[in-house]
Design a binder for this molecule. Structure first.
Ligand code: ASP
Length: 347
């Protein structure tokens, strides 16, 4: 086993923005991004790795609330362009939408055999108590880690607060704690303590290894509709009737349940008849959708709603946008939604 700490290891850091590289603006008191060189100056420890570290800085750097599919594509194409020259990639990204970006990237890359590690921080890297240093340093080490000459974690991951997670299983759960992320339905891929302990059995190794392929098309004609007690027919039906809508993520109660009122199921049937794909995702942090377990989900099953099983909303909405962008027909989209593309769903 080798830790990847040798002269030849090359890591590309892609700085997209986020708190990790922000400072407080004296005029307004708000946090805004700073120059990347400043970040590297704050972490001289990186030089001790003896890696070849190169950086790409996005312009503009973003608070990740401003992320969108065009930036996902920009990240993916940056990695594609540099793929053969580096052993691994570390993406510095705001925490707010990191789980969406990680999910989207996971679908975009086919035959990935190098690590893409997203990280960031809750406190800017220039502050004394920052969590950014540890997050960045260990992400670099994981991105470089090899076993028998091969990358240990050839996945799109999020590393945060001593845990490495599969990116498309991760959710931002806290806006204050350093443990900002969790992955309830899938175990951590590694835990960093005195050693970095990998759980090899949970790491995704693509079976069919071909040349790296990057799919860059997304379709944004989708909506997430969260159910709540008291949702009205007027609100529900106007969302389902958005012109051009192609996909709906229905965030349902418990194991996939909705109120048993006729207008609701009729609206859904009409939408499905029009060719809109409806995907059922649970509002719960853990567990899965099992349509037909209760009376309150049987009608959805009969109407042709697709089960999102144990996918997160982040993984589901990016997957739907991705599949709709691939020019597939309706039944192909439904089939892929239900299947694992990159380990985002338990089959
Ligand atoms: N608003 C910031 C962002 O997502 C929060 C963070 O980075 O933690 O860009």
């Amino acid at each position: 086993m080798t830790s990847g700490k040798n002269e030849k290891t090359s890591i590309l850091i892609i700085y997209t923005g986020g708190t990790i590289g922000m400072v407080q603006r004296p005029e307004t008191g708000t946090l805004a991004p700073v120059k990347f060189e400043q970040i590297l100056k704050e972490v001289p420890e990186l030089n001790k790795f003896n890696y070849n570290i190169q950086t790409v800085v996005f312009n503009p750097v973003l608070d990740s609330s401003n992320m969108n599919p065009a930036v996902w594509v920009k990240i993916a194409l940056t990695i594609k362009k540099n793929y053969n020259s580096f052993d691994g990639f570390v993406i510095l990204h705001g925490t707010d939408t990191m789980a969406y970006t990680a999910s989207a990237l996971s679908y975009m890359f086919e035959n990935l055999d190098k690590p893409i590690i997203l990280t960031g921080s809750q406190l800017p890297i220039g502050t004394i108590r920052t969590d950014g240093k540890e997050n960045l340093i260990t992400s670099m080490e994981i991105a470089a880690y090899k076993e028998n000459g091969k990358s240990k974690v050839p996945e799109v991951c999020i590393y945060f607060d001593f845990r490495l997670y599969r990116g498309n299983r991760t959710v931002k759960r806290d806006s204050e704690q350093f443990s900002a992320f969790h992955s309830v339905n899938y175990p951590a891929l590694a835990v960093a303590g005195v050693d970095i302990r990998f759980s090899s059995e949970f790491i995704y190794i693509p079976g069919n290894k071909g040349i790296l392929k990057v799919n860059t098309k997304f379709d944004d004609n989708v909506v997430i509709l969260k159910m709540f007690p008291g949702i009205s027919e007027k609100v529900f039906s106007s969302i389902l009737n958005i012109p051009g809508l192609k996909g709906i993520i229905l965030e349902t109660f418990g194991s996939g349940n909705v109120p048993t009122v006729n207008w609701l199921i009729n609206c859904i049937k009409k939408a499905i008849k029009k060719g809109i794909v409806v995907l059922n995702i649970t509002q719960c942090e853990g567990g899965r959708v099992i349509m037909g377990q209760y009376e309150t989900s049987l009608e959805l099953l009969n109407a042709g709603v697709v089960s999102g099983k144990d996918m997160t909303s982040e993984a589901a909405v990016t997957k739907l946008m991705f599949l709709l962008g691939q020019g597939l027909n309706n039944s192909e989209i439904k089939m892929y939604l239900n299947k694992s593309l990159r380990g985002e769903i338990s089959e």
